[in-house]
Design a binder for this molecule. Structure first.
Ligand SMILES: NC(=O)c1ccc[n+]([C@@H]2O[C@H](COP(=O)([O-])OP(=O)(O)OC[C@H]3O[C@@H](n4cnc5c(N)ncnc54)[C@H](OP(=O)(O)O)[C@@H]3O)[C@@H](O)[C@H]2O)c1
Length: 325
């Protein structure tokens, strides 16, 4: 296979290259693309070196897959053209996620939707991905009525420029513009993305829209998204209303048997972002049943936003899609 990583110099792109530098990906050819300004830069694909190319004017020939990790505005023009040329595209941006003819895929949940893919698959927002992995087994076991989530989202979720701005703030200097509405160092910011007329920020709308599409079930989702001064790993406090009363043991058992996640049953071993950075999966802890309504399950879920939230999910999709001819 020939695989293009488009946006290879970004946080997601570099994570993709790192994963593509290990088995079972080493037998495939990888081409790294980024903006004109990054042409000629050297990146690392495992122990190999890769030279960055500017995204070419002409659509590259002989490319089987493109893993696109570009800002929305750039993805919006590149993706349709490369798709039309017959390249299978796995897009990390939010530009096409809600299009009816584009599957939005978390392999643990809805890998079957790949069969309908016409050269384009979208991957969900990082914070929605880990929530979908956690909520899906509860849906299968008990039925799902409603989902409520508060997210504690890391700085790397906003890209390389945000990490640079945070580093500036720690040092008390300004070399790059702060992408956040307040300083992130020593702070938590309950405003993630841009706000709509009803007061919802874009990261909250993504939960509300994307989770029902992934689950294939039109459930109400409510969300409050908060940016926190953490490098890697999003945490989420989740409350799920299910279709019947449950026990904590039952919920632990369901999580234990579910794909792509680990559940920590000891409340003192609750996972933190530092625990999950570099891990490919989703980790759950602090499972509780509401004392007055036993159909309400509360828990805490954490995942590496650059891995399961982005690069790992994309490569899992590629592996599964390759089996669909
Ligand atoms: N970070 C996360 O946790 C995460 C998780 C899920 C989804 N996503 C999504 O994944 C995408 C990439 O995110 P990221 O965090 O990796 O962002 P990033 O660190 O800011 O990287 C952006 C990449 O896009 C390239 N790029 C920017 N402007 C360009 C232009 N005009 N022409 C060509 N290339 C251009 C950059 O190349 P240069 O270096 O050459 O400028 C860089 O390779 C975004 O759509 C984001 O929303 C991110």
């Amino acid at each position: 296979m020939r695989i293009a990583v488009v946006g290879a110099t970004g946080l997601v792109g570099k994570t993709l290259l790192e994963l593509l530098g290990a088995e079972p990906w080493l037998e495939h050819e990888v081409v790294a693309y980024a903006s004109d300004g990054s042409q000629g830069k050297t990146l690392h694909r495992g122990t190999q070196k890769v030279t960055v190319q500017a995204i070419p004017e002409a659509i590259p020939e002989g490319m089987d897959y493109a893993l696109v990790a570009l800002p929305n505005s750039i993805a919006k023009t590149l993706v349709p053209a490369w798709r039309k040329a017959g390249i299978r595209i796995i897009d990390k941006s939010s530009a096409f996620r809600m299009d009816d003819d584009v599957p939005l895929v978390v392999p643990e949940v809805n890998v079957d939707t790949l069969e309908k893919a016409d050269h384009l698959v979208a991957t969900p927002n990082c914070s929605t991905t880990q929530l979908a992995v956690a909520v899906n087994p509860l849906r299968d076991a008990f039925g799902l009525v409603e989902v409520m989530v508060s997210s504690y989202q890391s700085v790397s979720g906003a890209g390389a420029g945000a990490m640079d701005a945070w580093s500036d703030q720690i040092q008390g200097i300004t070399t790059v513009e702060n992408p956040f509405p307040r300083p992130i160092e020593g702070n938590v910011i309950p405003m993630v993305g841009s706000v709509n007329n009803e007061g919802w920020f874009t990261e909250e709308v993504k939960f509300i829209e994307e989770l029902p599409k992934i689950l294939g079930q039109n459930i109400p989702v409510s969300a409050t998204a908060v940016r926190v001064p953490v490098a890697i790993g999003h945490g989420e406090a989740v409350e799920v209303k299910v279709g019947r009363e449950v026990t904590r043991d039952e919920v632990h058992r369901v999580f234990r048997d579910a794909p792509g996640l680990e559940v920590r049953e000891d409340p003192n071993a609750a996972p933190t972002p530092l625990d999950v950075a570099g891990r490919p999966d989703v980790v759950i802890g602090r499972v509780r049943i509401h004392p007055r309504d036993k159909s309400r399950i509360l828990f805490w879920v954490v995942a590496d936003n650059l891995r399961k939230g982005a690069a790992t999910n994309a490569l899992q999709i590629l592996e599964a899609w390759e089996k669909v001819k």
